[in-house]
Design a protein around this ligand. Sequence first.
Ligand SMILES: *Cc1c(COP(=O)(O)O)cnc(C)c1O
Length: 386
Amino acid sequence: MFKLSKKINSLPPYLFLEIDKAKRKARAEGRDIIDLGVGDPDQPTPKQIIESLCAASQDSKTHCYALDQGMPVLRQAIARWYKNRFGVTLNPETEILPLIGSKEGIAHFPLAFLDEGDYSLVPDPCYPPYKGGTIFSGGRPYLMPLREKNDFLPDLKEIPLNIRKKSRLIYINYPNNPTGATAEKDFYGEVIKFADKNKLVVISDLAYSEMAYDGYKPSSLLEVKGAKEAVIEFHSLSKTYNMTGWRIGWACGNEKLIAALAKVKSNIDSGIFSAIQLAGVTALESPYQFIKDMCSIYQERRDVLIAGLKSLGWQVTPPKATFYVWIKIPVNMDSIRFSGMLLEKVNIIVTPGVGFGKYGEGYIRMALTVSKEKIKEAIDRLRKIS
Ligand SMILES: *Cc1c(COP(=O)(O)O)cnc(C)c1O
């Protein structure tokens, strides 16, 4: 009786629901699962942020509809944080837009820029909303393969001229989910030149800007000269402050792009709960030491995992950023079968690379979101089947 839209039918399969189902089933059977599948911090939100929410929520002024454009105090706190971190000045009135988590902004943004049949240039493998948002807007994703031989950077020269002509958007995400790859300023410079030449809007997803190791500091695309002409950058408090469930992030950059996204959103949502916005201010103003401490926890886990996998003879490179390790499957098996086998035989959950797109085939992703003791235990279990 019901007919689904062409758009919903053309979404790529959302593999993660299937994985969730398999995980729940395994848990229900009482099996001792080690879950390296989810990209969700296992540590709690810092106490002062929770206390800030509690206090703010007592004030009835926070109980009404929030301002669509976000509270001025939050936009100002974002501008200060940004200036501090990247040395880039943003106008809190026109160049910053708070979001109900960056995923919603990323998914809604193409509604303002794509018409039926327009293309967006999407890395593959990638965070799924790049493709989803494009398809919901009537656009078509053109896949830019991220290959190991190119350090998981897209090869812009490969993109055919006829596709460039029909493209409006390009997605860039470094530090990268799922590959853990990073990008340097020379690549960002290339992206800006390419976007200028082909009249593209650049969507930069910087969800992992603060999760980096060995002294490495990711930069922002907005640091590149001329970037403000064409870039909208998405940031999130989710990974940085262990706030995935809170739903708060922001977009910043070119004011016309920000205004267009604000217009889309004013027709869809009604802002972030004000008490959460005030807690967000507390987060952005908290001492940077918290972030350093979190990174050293992840770095230690990364080192245990990499050393363990190497001792099994697996081929792995330690990521300089993100809490993901992107691993070439050590046997001749596709990523869904290999992940299924790990769950079946040793109760370890990993994410099959193909879940992020066809160029993710041949890889699995492990997330550093369990303790180093659990990681050691996972290595012991893998040793038994090696
Ligand atoms: C986690 C993540 C986000 C952030 O999502 P929120 O909606 O802000 O929680 C954005 N981009 C990527 C690539 C991510 O992995």
